[in-house]
Write a protein that binds this ligand. Structure first.
Ligand code: IPM
Ligand code: MG
Length: 358
């Protein structure tokens, strides 16, 4: 029997609730499809700060680098807002991305017919949306040097640096072109090349890489226009390729096309190490512990993990189908509720999903 070692980081806020649903589903699915998952649970984020005074303990990073895949729920809580930035949960996430060399962040956005009314946009604008944001995750302004805050004669001055090297641009561009080759055969690269030097290099290198992929159509948009096009006509996009900061913004915007960020999974991949799979949403401390969280994004992240890294394709497809069925039956958490549905909590969605594997 195939065995997989998964590090589970359940994190903060709603993290433990959605993790427990996801873990139960993975256990049942693995039994049904004849493989075994060994879960190694580690502290990360706020919980790690409380115990070790740092968001990413060495042992957690070590385990994450020495497993088959990492499944992360969410981290963060306002109670850490006032501590030194390097010790906050978000810094742990950046350190984990850097430590595992997770340069490619893949965020698919697809409209499920049963949820079309959950979107704030008109159904005719979004009904065929099926796009993927490919965001560079270990470079750009998130990591660029120099950065800091200095005293000057006229007061403090703070700065960050947006920088990309040829190699960083080329490797993320190849991820986007390869993905496009498996689907709609279009890449739209998003930058700010009319203003930024870093974007000019980005555009030049993406265009060079596109020569290796003759059957893929490349277009370029400035990020302001891309933000507008995403709500004007989102169906025009197949794969959106962009840097770290623009990708952060564009991927939240793209996520909201579906009406709830609580539905969307993501994968962060390195060249040959384990990948990390996590929902796009955050830890939602305002609803933590109230059985209101939508576990679907994490469940679908687990499906991505099964498909991309563990090569358990049938099990992955079965999870996706189970999610569709439960939604079709009308079960909804508050974030995606409408008049004709049945409002249930996180645990109940979990139970309904489990029934699909009886
Ligand atoms: C995301 C998040 C993170 C980011 C934060 C929590 C550091 O917004 O994964 O999109 O900015 O990358
Ligand atoms: Mg974000």
């Amino acid at each position: 029997m195939k065995q997989h070692k998964i590090v589970l980081l359940s994190g903060d806020g709603i993290g433990p609730e959605i993790s427990s649903v996801t873990k139960e589903i993975l256990e049942k699915v693995s039994y049904k499809y004849n493989f075994k998952i060994h879960f190694v649970e580690k502290l990360f984020g706020g919980k790690a700060i409380d115990k070790f005074n740092k968001p990413l303990p060495d042992e957690t990073l070590y385990e994450c680098k020495n497993c088959d895949a990492v499944l992360l729920a969410a981290i963060g809580d306002p109670k850490y807002d006032n501590i030194e930035r390097g010790l906050r949960p978000e810094s742990g996430l950046l350190a984990l991305r850097a430590g595992m060399s997770l340069f490619a962040n893949i965020r698919p956005v697809k409209i499920l017919p049963s949820l079309i009314s959950a979107s704030t946009l008109k159904p005719e604008i979004i009904k065929n949306v099926d796009l993927i944001v490919v965001r560079e995750l270990t470079g750009g302004i998130y990591f660029g040097q120099p950065k800091g805050c200095i005293e000057t004669e006229s007061g403090k001055r703070a700065f960050n640096t947006m920088s990309y090297s040829t190699n960083e641009i080329e490797r993320i561009a190849r991820v986007a072109f390869k993905l496009a080759g498996e689907r709609g055969k279009k890449v739209c690269s998003v930058d700010k090349a009319n203003v930024l030097d870093v974007s000019q290099l980005w555009r030049e290198k993406v265009s060079e890489v596109s020569n290796e992929f003759k059957d893929i159509e490349l277009s370029n948009l400035y990020v302001d226009n891309a933000a507008m096009q995403l709500i004007r006509n989102p169906e025009q996009f197949d794969v959106i390729l962009t840097g770290n900061l623009f990708g952060d913004i564009i991927s939240d915007e793209a996520a909201m096309l579906t009406g709830s960020i609580g539905m969307l999974p993501s994968a962060s991949l390195s060249t040959d190490g384990p990948g990390l799979f996590e929902p796009v949403h955050g830890s939602a401390p305002d609803i933590a512990g109230q059985n209101k969280a939508n576990p679907i994004a994490m469940v679908l992240s687990a499906a991505m993990m099964l498909k991309i890294t563990l090569k358990e394709k049938e099990a992955a497809a079965a999870i996706e189908e189970a999610v569709n069925n439960v939604l079709k039956h009308g079960f909804r958490t508050p974030d995606i509720m409408n008049e004709s549905s049945i409002e249930v909590g996180c645990k109940e969605i979990g139970k309904e999903l489990l029934k699909e594997f009886d």
